[in-house]
Structures are given as C-alpha cells and as structure tokens.
Design a protein around this ligand. Sequence first.
Ligand code: ADP
Ligand code: AMP
Length: 217
Amino acid sequence: MQIIMMGAPGAGKGTQAAKIATKYEIPQISTGDMFRSAVAEGTELGKQAKEYMSAGKLVPDEVTIGIVRERLAKSDCEKGFILDGFPRTVEQADALGKILSDLGKEISAVINIDVPLSDLIERGVGRRICKSCGATYHIKFNAPVKENVCDACGGELYQRADDTAETMTKRLSVYEASTRPLIDYYKNAGVYVEIDGRQSISAVTEALNKVLLSVEG
Ligand code: ADP
Ligand code: AMP
C-alpha cells in the first residue's frame, strides 16, 4: 500500500500518518522529520535545509527528491509506505511518479486532510513534539496528561522553531502557491480522496480507516 498524506501545514498529516504506519506496519516517511534530524545532527543536508526551514520556505526540489528516492529504495518500503509531507510541488510529484514506476509500484491513494486556513495557525502554534519519541501533541486539542511530558515515553516536549505565528503564516502562503495545485494534479490521476480535517483526531482516524479499507480491498 503506497499512501500519500496531503494537507496544509498543521492539518494533521503527521498525527494520522503515525497511526496508519503502526496499524499497517509500514514506514512513515516524513521529509520534515528527515530534515529536522539532519539539522539536529549538523550534517551537510541539515546545513542546506536549515535556512529554508527557518524561513518557512521549501527546501529545493533537487535536494528533497534525492532524499526521498534514496529512502524509498530501502527494503522496509517493499510492502508499502506512507509519505507525509511529500510531494509538495508539481516537480516533486512528477519525480515521485518516475521513482515509483522505476520501483514497479503505484500510488494507492492520495489522502488530503482538508482544514480551513483560519484553523491552521492555532494548530501549528500549539503543537508540541516529544524530544525522545517524536509523538505529536497539542496544548489544547491533544494535551498530554502532564504538561510538557510525553504520555507515551515520559520524554520532554518541545515547540518546533518554525511553529511561530509568523513562520506558520509564511508556510501557509507557500502551501497555497506551490502545494495546493497538487489537489487537481491527483484528482486528474484518479487517486484523490478528501477527508474533513475539522473533525476530532479520532474522527479523522475513523474516516481514514474507512478509506484504507477500500484501498486494501
Ligand atoms: P501536519 O503534520 O499536517 O503539519 P500535525 O499532525 O503535526 O500536522 O498536527 C498539527 C497540530 O494539530 C498538532 O499539535 C496536532 O496535535 C494537532 N491536530 C492534529 N489533528 C487535529 C485535529 N483533527 N483536531 C485538532 N487538532 C489536531
Ligand atoms: P513539515 O514537518 O512537513 O511541516 O516540514 C517542515 C519544513 O521542512 C517545511 O516548512 C520545509 O522547509 C521542509 N520540507 C518538508 N518537506 C518538504 C518537501 N517535500 N519539499 C520541500 N521542503 C520540505
């Protein structure tokens, strides 16, 4: 099963992709997470990505496509994967099509979590991530039992440097200009499904599970 999770920054892609990855035992491939790890490790990729990320811009296509090509060739992707945050431009979508055809695979579904722009800044600014296991929380919509402590592993929670109102605003305008056109791109390819992302996290999960049942069957 090859799933693409689409949606604006803060729509809930990562939250839902993590659940699908666990349920179907397939890797969650988040380009944002890959870049954040590279920045934390201070690698060459991290140095390249950092300035774009902190400005709320997209990392250049050739860099991003290169890391996804390498990742999808790994053996844990053989029985499927869920892409979270890639593709984000038409050029990336074209490249993904080529990578998949080289691997003899097809896209099973592109699932767009649709959330009005007016809700997204609050989602982004309230997001908190566990330093140890990467679990995602929200100070209002998905708060941990104990403030700043991960329910799953007891790790400390942090706020991403790009989750400020200012950078979220920039990221949302980049989304409108570069990523929203992919909705029509995948509608035309006949693999597009939309889910109402204004619902609670568990209601979105339920809707997603229904979609995936039909994809599987
Ligand atoms: P994305 O990966 O699309 O940027 P995340 O999954 O990290 O988004 O979610 C962004 C923030 O919104 C997180 O703090 C998350 O806990 C919260 N969130 C996710 N889904 C919902 C939802 N359906 N309702 C309310 N808050 C949500
Ligand atoms: P995310 O974790 O998906 O919110 O991504 C965080 C940041 O990483 C983005 O604002 C971009 O700077 C960068 N990034 C993640 N995925 C991509 C992508 N597919 N193309 C370009 N830049 C990306």
